[in-house]
Design a protein around this ligand. Structure first.
Ligand SMILES: Nc1ncnc2c1ncn2[C@@H]1O[C@H](COP(=O)(O)OP(=O)(O)OP(=O)(O)O)[C@@H](O)[C@H]1O
Ligand SMILES: [Mg+2]
Length: 293
């Protein structure tokens, strides 16, 4: 079970005091590397014995990490960060339930979800710096490296950045999943039913699809943004035959000092793919000129 699915299954089972403690740790993490028990006590408004009891429960459910060197302190992990985000999405009536995984990768997990109106949407959980913790020695090294706090924070920044890019692109008429909501390290967006361009076995009129993508690249560029990780893996061809450009957290501004180079790399990836797979001929110069003029 993925971290998000585990969080979803715990959502209705957690005591409200456990949520209060997790939220207190989250608050404390802005200030402390590991949040001291006294701080959790203060932020949560619960008694010390109660705090200790529920911290034990949370630790048992693998929802906190405890350090005991120097002083006893706690931090969130991806399980609890997922839980807090999901709780916000459910309470905000953005989603009702989490569904099947749509894509589980290195830096993000994408799952389908149902809105209260019964519409299918996609929830992307950003997961920067994720490492496997089956190996306790590695876990110790990771915790000792003190990178954990910044990884949750970096994941939140990635989600915020992706939401900004999707919003800019969507309003500029670029074909992207419509952004719906963003909380912590998650982005909720329109769910596209289809396949990754890289996995599509055949296309009628492949050049037409390539042109659609290049027109989207142009619209985004004119709106001030460059995808910066464009390839056949970040394009979905919907079942209706419409292309959607996904996965925007690393976008850069069209005014970026390296904009030219990065735009060129994006376009080259697309031209190379269509040439290799469908023998479409298009010069890089022509494609770039069309985008910039
Ligand atoms: N809006 C969406 N609708 C349907 N499926 C989606 C949507 N967004 C993402 N996916 C699926 O999830 C996969 C991963 O999404 P995305 O490319 O945004 O994340 P990523 O950061 O590339 O993750 P990875 O670490 O796997 O590279 C996509 O390839 C696609 O199959
Ligand atoms: Mg991707």
């Amino acid at each position: 079970m993925s971290s998000a699915e585990k969080a979803a299954s715990l959502l209705t089972k957690l005591d409200p005091r456990e949520f209060r403690i997790l939220q207190s740790i989250e608050l404390g993490m802005a200030k402390y590397e590991f949040v001291p028990v006294e701080t959790i006590e203060k932020y949560s408004g619960l008694g010390l014995d109660e705090v200790k009891h529920w911290l034990g429960e949370l630790d048992h459910k693998d929802l906190v990490w405890r350090q005991s060197e120097g002083y006893v302190g706690y931090i969130l992990n991806y399980n609890s960060y997922d839980l807090l985000a999901l709780n916000a999405l459910v309470r905000g009536e953005i989603i009702d339930a989490l569904g099947m995984p749509l894509g589980m990768g290195k830096e993000a997990d994408v799952l389908e979800a149902l809105t209260p109106a019964g519409e299918g949407v996609a929830v992307k959980f950003h997961r920067l710096g994720r490492v496997s913790f089956r190996d306790t020695r590695r876990k110790r090294e990771y915790l000792a490296g003190r990178h954990h706090v910044s990884w949750l924070y970096q994941s939140r920044l990635a989600a915020e950045k992706e939401n900004i890019a999707l919003t800019l692109a969507f309003h500029a008429g670029v074909s992207v999943p419509k952004p719906i909501y963003q909380n912590r390290h998650t982005v909720v967006m329109q769910r596209i039913e289809g396949h990754q361009l890289g996995d599509v076995p055949s296309l009628d009129n492949p050049e037409g699809y390539m042109d659609e993508i290049l027109v989207d690249v142009r619209k985004a560029y004119k709106a001030g943004i460059i995808h910066a990780d464009l390839s056949e893996f970040n394009v979905i061809v919907s079942n209706e035959g419409v292309v959607y450009i996904i996965d925007w957290p690393q976008y850069i501004s069209s005014n970026h000092p390296n904009a030219g180079e990065i735009l060129e790399r994006d376009v080259k990836n697309i031209l190379t793919f269509f040439h290799r797979k469908f023998r479409v001929e298009r010069s890089l110069e022509d494609a770039l000129r069309a985008i910039k003029t």
